[in-house]
Design a protein around this ligand. Structure first.
Ligand code: ADE
Ligand code: ZN
Length: 326
């Protein structure tokens, strides 16, 4: 059985982390005060008590509301820097975080305000913490493909600060193929491609993300277990899945961690990785997610090593760089 000190020391990459989802209640209060915003909660305890989710949408409603405290470039810097300090504690050597530009541009915050604050913190993280990174911007799938195109247009002058595009928000009813044209346009710009698929949505969304969007990785992807032929094909092609154990139990994809399929998929040869998704809302950062697998599934040291190695393999950094960590 793996233990916490062992897991903390393993060099790991985090490949599925929404920066807006790393906003801790303490920082939320600080930013609300700084920006003269009245929060609908009286205390940090009251906020944490509101984080009692029944499904993905019940979480997203609160998550978008909380993001309203992020107003200035410094706010985005502080958010990102706080996350990077947690990475350092957790032995994360490389991270490819997400941000949702439309959550900010739709309430009047310029694209550059969010991007520049995040980018400046990521640059400081490389210099001061020795954590390498690559930023991924996600399109909100409950909005139109036209709106995604407008976001891609805003990103064009800043492609030195963005390595890829993703797809997130409400999954069911918004299949990957809705975004076929904008993903093709992003591929033309040499951006990496990822998409949330098979979190709450069916396994067919994983297939269309791969076949129609031509993504390099699948975010979540756990519902592949409904289709054994798909699981074999994911294993054969080493398609990475960025799995988020605490997110899956908090959003009731599984009632209990002992039902989680990640270690079974690992055994079947699928390139599964461990990630924290929205740690401030789901009760834990990367090491906490590994420890949840120790507690729920009696994960061994060998399994923890394999998951950490998968995270480096699945990252978009040069293979030579990660071999130094293996
Ligand atoms: N946005 C932030 N976290 C998400 C998740 N787990 N699924 C879909 N959209 C998200
Ligand atoms: Zn996610």
């Amino acid at each position: 059985i793996a233990d916490e000190a062992f897991i903390r020391r393993l060099p790991k990459a985090e490949l599925h982390l929404h920066l807006e989802g790393s906003l801790e209640p303490e920082l939320m209060f600080k930013l609300a005060e700084r920006n003269n915003i009245e929060l609908p909660y009286a205390s940090v305890e009251e906020i944490r008590a509101a984080y009692d989710f029944t499904n993905l949408q019940s979480f997203l409603d609160i998550y978008y509301q909380c993001a309203d405290v992020l107003r200035t470039e410094q706010d985005f810097y502080d958010l990102t820097w706080a996350y990077l300090l947690r990475c350092k504690e957790d032995g994360v050597v490389h991270t490819e975080p997400f941000f949702d530009p439309q959550t900010h541009t739709d309430r009047g915050i310029p694209f550059e305000v969010a991007l520049n604050g995040i980018d400046r913190a990521l640059c400081d993280g490389e210099e001061q913490l020795n954590i390498t990174s690559g930023l991924i911007m996600c399109f909100l799938r409950h909005l139109s493909e036209e709106a995604a195109f407008a976001t891609l247009e805003m990103a064009k002058p800043h492609l030195d600060k963005i390595i890829g595009v993703g797809l997130d928000s409400s999954e069911v009813g918004h299949p990957p193929e809705k975004f076929a044209n904008v993903f093709a346009a992003a591929a033309e710009l040499d951006l990496f491609l990822v998409a949330h698929a098979g979190e709450e949505g069916p396994s067919t969304y994983i297939e269309t993300a791969l076949d129609i969007l031509d993504v390099d990785r699948i975010d979540h992807g756990v519902r592949c277990t409904d289709d054994p032929v798909l699981v074999d094909s994911l294993a054969e092609n080493r398609v990475p899945l960025t799995v988020c154990p605490l997110s899956n139990t908090r959003l009731k994809v599984y009632d209990n961690m002992n039902q989680h399929p990640i270690l079974k998929l690992l055994e079947q040869g699928v390139c599964v990785t461990v990630n924290s998704d929205d740690p401030a809302f789901f009760g834990g950062y990367l090491v906490d997610n590994y420890m949840a697998l120790v507690e729920g599934l009696a994960m061994t040291r060998a399994e923890a090593v394999a998951l950490a190695a998968n995270s480096l393999e699945a990252s978009f950094i040069d293979d030579e760089l990660y071999e130094e960590w293996l």
